[in-house]
Design a protein around this ligand. Structure first.
Ligand SMILES: Cc1ncc(COP(=O)(O)O)c(C=O)c1O
Length: 424
C-alpha cells in the first residue's frame, strides 16, 4: 500500500535523529547547495512586489527587449498551430529548422554545419547547460571571464565543474585578453567562455581580438570554446565576429551557441540552437532526449520564419536602441561622477561604475558601502530597479538595461539623476 507524503513527513519527524531537521534539508539533494536563484529574476520579483504595494517601479533590470516579436514570425507560429504541427518532433529539431539554422550559420557567419552538427533546444540556456553537463567531470575547469552572464558559474557548478574567474577590467573594455587567457588556462581547462556581444557589459570582441585568443588556444589543444553569440545582431559600433569563423582550424572544438530570444524578441518562445562537432551535438541531443525532448514544435516553425526572413526590422530596432543607449549615457554624465560609463558597443546594457557613490550618504543617513547598497538605494529612492555588478562577478558596477519603452526610460533616467544628486 502507498503511504501518503504527509504520513511520510510525520514518520520522519518522529524519528529522533530527524526531529529538528527541516524537511527540505532531508529531501533536497546536495546539488541544490551549489546553485543560487538567478539574481536578475530576484530583482524582477522584488520590483513586482513593490508594485503590488502601490509603488511606481521602472525595471531596468530585465534582459528582455520590450519590442514585439516580428509579425511574420508570429504568423508562422499561428499557422503551425492551425495546421496541426503541435506534436513531438525529432529531439534535436525538425529537418526544416536545422536546415534554417545551417543556412543562417553559412550566410551570416561563414560557418558550415551539417545536420548532425546542429541541435535546437529550449533556449540557448538549455544548449549551454547541456554542453557543461555532457563534458564536465569533477575538477574540470571552465574559464569564465568576469563580468559574466549570471548563469555560467551556477551551470558549471551544477555540472560538477569549477569556474575559473578571469577578472577583466575597464582597461580592456571588460574583455579577455590573450595574456589573461594564458594566465588562467591549465591542462584541466575544458571550456573557455566567450560571450560577445556581452551581457552585462555590451562589449564586442573584434576579429583581431578573437584571433589573439585563438593563438593561445592552439597551444592548449584540450580546451574547447563556448561561443555565446546570443546578442549577435544588436551591434552599434564595430563588426560582430565569432570564433569558429575567425579560427576555422579550431572549429572542431568550438560550440557556437545562438538563438532567437534577443535578436527577434522571442524570449518566451524558448528556442536556442548550437553548432559544433557531431560527437558533442550527439551528447547534447541524448541529454535532451532524457530531459525535455524537442523544443516546442510551434516555436521551431516560427524560428524557420525568423531565420529565413528579412532582418530589415532590425534597422528600426537598432535606431531605437541607439537613441536609448544615449539617453542612459547622458543621464550618467549628469550624475557628476556618482555613476560613470563608456558607451557600450553592442547589446542593450550599460555597465556603469558606481565607484563614485561609495562612501556617500543618503537622505536617510545610510552610507552607500557597495554596489548592492547603490542598487537598493536606487530602487528605494528613485523607484528604478538595476542589477548590482556583484551578480555578474564585478563589484562597484550597476547593469542598466535600456530594453524598456522610451517614456519609462526617460523617467527612470531622470529619477536616477535626481537620486544621485541627493547623495552627499
Ligand atoms: C549571455 C546570454 N546567454 C544566453 C542567454 C539565454 O538565452 P535564451 O533565452 O535563449 O535561453 C541569455 C539570456 O539572458 C544571455 O544573456
Amino acid at each position: 500500500m502507498q503511504r501518503s507524503l504527509l504520513s511520510l513527513v510525520g514518520g520522519m519527524m518522529s524519528d529522533p535523529a530527524l526531529i529538528h531537521k527541516d524537511p527540505k534539508d532531508y529531501w533536497l539533494s546536495s546539488r541544490m547547495a551549489v546553485v543560487r536563484p538567478s539574481p536578475t529574476a530576484a530583482v524582477s520579483d522584488e520590483a513586482r512586489r513593490l508594485r503590488a504595494d502601490g509603488r511606481v517601479i521602472i525595471n531596468l533590470g530585465e534582459g528582455e527587449l520590450d519590442f514585439d516579436t516580428p509579425s511574420h514570425v508570429k504568423d508562422a507560429g499561428i499557422s503551425a498551430i492551425q495546421s496541426g504541427n503541435t506534436k513531438y518532433t525529432a529531439v534535436a529539431g525538425t529537418e526544416a529548422v536545422k536546415e534554417a539554422v545551417a543556412r543562417k550559420f553559412e550566410r551570416e557567419n561563414g560557418i558550415t554545419y551539417g545536420p548532425d552538427e546542429i541541435v535546437v533546444s529550449a533556449g540557448a540556456k538549455q544548449a549551454i547547460f547541456n554542453a557543461f553537463l555532457a563534458t564536465l567531470d569533477d575538477g574540470d575547469e571552465v574559464i569564465v571571464p568576469a563580468p559574466y552572464w549570471v548563469s555560467y558559474p551556477d551551470m558549471v557548478a551544477l555540472a560538477g565543474g569549477t569556474s575559473i574567474i578571469a577578472n577583466c577590467g575597464l582597461e580592456t573594455a571588460f574583455k579577455l585578453t590573450p595574456r589573461a587567457l594564458e594566465a588562467h588556462i591549465t591542462n584541466r581547462t575544458k571550456w573557455v567562455i566567450i560571450n560577445s556581444p556581452s551581457n552585462p557589459t555590451g562589449a564586442l570582441y573584434s576579429e583581431d581580438e578573437l584571433a589573439g585568443l585563438a593563438a593561445v588556444l592552439r597551444r592548449h589543444p584540450k580546451a574547447m570554446v563556448m561561443s555565446d553569440d546570443i546578442y549577435e545582431q544588436i551591434v552599434f559600433d564595430g563588426m560582430f565576429a565569432t570564433m569558429a569563423s575567425v579560427a576555422p582550424d579550431l572549429k572542431n572544438r568550438v560550440l557556437t551557441v545562438n538563438g532567437v530570444s534577443k535578436c527577434f524578441s522571442m524570449t518566451g518562445w524558448r528556442v536556442g540552437y548550437a553548432g559544433g562537432p557531431s560527437w558533442l551535438i550527439s551528447a547534447l541531443t541524448t541529454l535532451q532526449s532524457q530531459s525535455t525532448s524537442n523544443a516546442s514544435s510551434i516555436s521551431q516553425e516560427a524560428t524557420v520564419a525568423a531565420l529565413d526572413g528579412s532582418l530589415s526590422f532590425l534597422n528600426d530596432w537598432e535606431d531605437k536602441l541607439l537613441a536609448r543607449r544615449n539617453v542612459v549615457l547622458k543621464a550618467i554624465d549628469e550624475t557628476d561622477g556618482v555613476l560613470s560609463a563608456d558607451p557600450p558597443a553592442a547589446a542593450f546594457y550599460v555597465f556603469a561604475s558606481c565607484a563614485g557613490a561609495i562612501g556617500l550618504i543618503t537622505n536617510d543617513g545610510d552610507i552607500i558601502q557597495n554596489d548592492l547598497d547603490m542598487a537598493a538605494y536606487l530602487l528605494k529612492a528613485a523607484g528604478v530597479a538595476t542589477i548590482a555588478g556583484t551578480a555578474f562577478g564585478k563589484s562597484e558596477y550597476l547593469r542598466i538595461s535600456y530594453a524598456v519603452d522610451d517614456a519609462d526610460l526617460e523617467n527612470a533616467c531622470a529619477s536616477i539623476v535626481a537620486a544621485c544628486k541627493r547623495l552627499s
